[in-house]
Ligand binder design. Sequence first.
Ligand SMILES: Nc1ncnc2c1ncn2[C@@H]1O[C@H](COP(=O)(O)OP(=O)(O)OP(=O)(O)O)[C@@H](O)[C@H]1O
Ligand SMILES: [Mg+2]
Length: 521
Amino acid sequence: MINIGRRILRRPSLKIMQSDPVLALNGLTKSFGEINAVKDVSLVLKNGEVLALLGENGAGKTTLMNMLFGHYLPDEGSVEIFDFNGKKQQLSLGNPRSAIAAGIGMVHQHFTLAENLTALDNIMLGSEPLFNFSRKQALARGNIENIMSQSGLKVPLDIPVGQLTVGEQQRIEILKALYRDVRILVLDEPTAVLTPQEADVLFQNIGVMTQNGLSVIFISHKLREVLAFSHRLAVLRHGEKVGEMATSDANEQKIVSLMVGSQAKSKERKYVAPGNVVLSLEDLSVPGRSRRESLDAINLTVRKHEVLGIAGISGNGQTALAGAISGMIEPSSGQLILDGKTIIPGDPSITIEEGIARIPEDRHRDGIVGQMSVAENLVIENISSSTFQRHGILNWDAILERSKEICVQYDVRGPGINTEARLLSGGNIQKLILARVFESRPKLILANQPTRGLDIGAANAVAERLLVSRKKGVAIVLISEDLDEIINLSDRIMVMRDGNLSHAETFDRDTLGLLMAGEAT
Ligand SMILES: Nc1ncnc2c1ncn2[C@@H]1O[C@H](COP(=O)(O)OP(=O)(O)OP(=O)(O)O)[C@@H](O)[C@H]1O
Ligand SMILES: [Mg+2]
C-alpha cells in the first residue's frame, strides 16, 4: 500500500497534548574504540516541540541522533516512543526500519539524494518497493503535492535533483522524510548550506508542521536561528549533556559558555600594507548552471597581504568563480594570471602546483577522500615532497608523525590519524581540510565558506589563521554569505550578484545587504 503521509494530514484530531512527551532517550552511551562519543545522555522531546541540539564539533550530536534513528546500536541505554494515546513503547534499537516504523525521520548532515533522478523518484525511492514503480508514480505525485502544500515546502518534482539549488535539495530531503509518515523529525544541521533567507523560510515551514503535531529535533551551530526558532535547547559537551533550558531563558552568552566552558574571543585585525598583485582575473567568462550563475567577463585582482571579500547570496556565480580560480572549471574566455604567469585553465593539479590552495564549499565531495585515512588526506596534496617520499617510496613514519603534529596544531579531533576520514565529525572534516590548506604554504588561499559547519571556537580559530596567513603575505579570496565574516576579515569587499562582480565602497552591513539583494541604488 502506498504511504500517503496520513499522520501529517490528520494531525488536528490528536488527543495528545502539547506538553506530553513523544520521545524519551534514556542514558544513551556510545564509544568507538577509545572515543566516548556519547555518555549517558537522557533527553525528552515533547509533542509539537522544536528542540535544538547544540555543541562543539565532535561533541556527539550526530552520533546521538544516529542512535535514535537506528544507524548505531547504543552500548547502553534505551529509547521510548509514546503513541497518540500517550502509551509508552520501547524502540527496538540499532535498526532503522523500526525507527521508521515508529515514525522517526532523519535528514542527514550530508545529502543522500541521487543527483540524476527527479525529486519525485528520490522521494518515492526510500519508501516504495520497486515493483510497479512507474504505475505508482501518479498516485505518489498527488500525495507529495498534498504534503508540499500542507508543509509549505515546495520543489519542482520533475527535474533531476542535481540541477536544483541546495535549498531545494534540502527541502526534498525533508519531504522524503515526511512522505514516510513521520511524527518525529530529526534535522542534522539543516541550514548549514542554506542562505539566511532560505533558513528563515525553512523554519517558518517547520512552524506550520509542528502546529499539525510534528515534533522536531534540529542540530545547529547558528545561535541566531536557535534563539529565534526553537522552544527548548540542549547542549552536549564531550559526549555529555551539560545543559538544557527553555529558549526563552537562554541567550548567546549562556549557550556559548555551556558549549565550550568560556567565551572565545577573536583577535583584532591590524592594518598591513598590501603588496604586489598575486592573482588577477582578466575578462574571465565562466559557464555556470544558469545565466545567473555564469560569469561574464569579470575582472578582479588580489594582492599580497590582502583579503578580498566576495559577499553575496550563494547561487549568484560563486561556484563558477571558485571553480575557475581552483582550476576545476574551464573558463570560456579570459585569463587567469598568478604571480605574473598565465595559468593554463581547467587543471586543478596545475593550480595546486602554482600555489593556489582552496577550501572547497562542498567538503565531502571536493575536500576529502572519505575512504582514505586522516593521515593520507592530510598529505595528499604534497605527497611528492621529499619529506614524504624518496625515489617513489613513501616514508610512512614521516607521514604519520607529521600528521599527528598537524592534528594537534589544528585541533582536528577524532578517533586517530589511521581512521577513515569519513568517520570524523562534520566540523572536524572541515578542520582537516583547513589544516592541509594552511600547511601547503600557498601564495593564494581561496576560502569558500570556510567556517560553514564549524562551532564558534573553531570558526574563530580559522579567522585567526586566515589573518596570520595574510600577515605572512598570502593573498586571500574569501567567498562567504556570512556578512559579519566578510566585514571582519576583508581589506576590500566586492559584491557578487547575477554573475556580476562590483566593488563595494562600504563596510556597512546594511548597505552591503542591500547590494547583495540588488536593492541599492
Ligand atoms: N563510525 C564512527 N567511527 C569512529 N568514530 C566515530 C564514528 N562516528 C563518530 N565518531 C566520532 O565520535 C565523535 C562525535 O562525533 P559526532 O559526529 O557525533 O560529532 P558532532 O557533535 O555531530 O560534531 P559536528 O558539529 O562536527 O558535526 C567524533 O570524535 C567522531 O570522530
Ligand atoms: Mg555532526
